[in-house]
Design a protein around this ligand. Structure first.
Ligand SMILES: Cc1cc2nc3c(=O)[nH]c(=O)nc-3n(C[C@H](O)[C@H](O)[C@H](O)COP(=O)(O)O)c2cc1C
Length: 193
């Protein structure tokens, strides 16, 4: 599968960058092509502004940076999102990518009957998260469930991506063994292509 990989962390030395690197290394081992968008490094503008709202007007034009992102998604079979949990959510830069890129008429549309119709053609998606809460607390506090609801079902599933895998590492900053295992997991997921 051809992958489009979104990475949302500002620090190149962060664990999230290492996770991303491990995943890309695995893809390389599998011979699977990939394109990376390091959202901070690329300077993606995450603010959904008035220009973005033209998508809701028939014939309204989509901003060029959004069209460029959509072309990269169209060129991929699978999408990966790699990010730390910040305040129980994705970093705003990734949320903004979702707000702006998954536009009406491209990622989904509303039928004349008022039903939503999914339009994304991606075959698979992968969400890799890191967090400092311990794993059991992530479950208990609902953070894990929230990611499933908002990313897997409410966003990717809503737009037609039925196959979504989600992994979240707890106790990220203080469990070296779990970090090593998560890096290996990311590499292994890449090897699966
Ligand atoms: C602004 C901010 C908000 C955070 N919110 C949470 C949170 O809600 N739950 C949690 O478990 N960890 C939270 N953390 C901890 C990060 O998830 C954790 O430090 C990160 O996943 C570690 O990966 P990194 O080394 O790549 O940054 C937060 C960290 C920051 C900077």
């Amino acid at each position: 599968m051809k992958w489009y990989v979104l990475l949302a962390h500002p620090n190149p030395k962060s664990f999230n960058h290492a996770v991303c690197r491990a995943f890309l290394d695995g893809l390389d081992e599998a011979g699977a092509p990939w394109t990376l968008n390091d959202l901070y490094a690329e300077g993606f503008d995450p603010v959904m502004g008035m220009a973005d709202f033209r998508q809701f007007v028939p014939g309204g034009r989509i901003p060029p940076d959004v069209l460029a992102e959509q072309a990269k998604v169209e060129n991929a079979d699978a999408l990966a999102m790699i990010y730390p949990v910040w305040w129980n959510e994705a970093p705003a830069i990734l949320k903004g990518w979702i707000d702006r890129v998954l536009s009406h008429g491209w990622a989904y549309e509303m039928t004349p009957d008022g039903d939503f119709r999914p339009m994304l053609r991606l075959r698979h998606a992968l969400v890799l998260n890191t967090a400092d809460q311990p794993a059991d607390l992530l479950e208990y506090s609902g953070v894990r469930g929230a990611a499933r609801l908002t990313k897997n079902r409410g966003t990717l599933g809503f737009c037609g991506v039925d196959s979504v895998e989600h992994y979240i590492l707890g106790s990220c900053s203080r469990d070296p063994e779990a970090r090593a295992a998560f890096l290996e997991k990311a590499r292994q997921l890449g090897r699966e292509g």
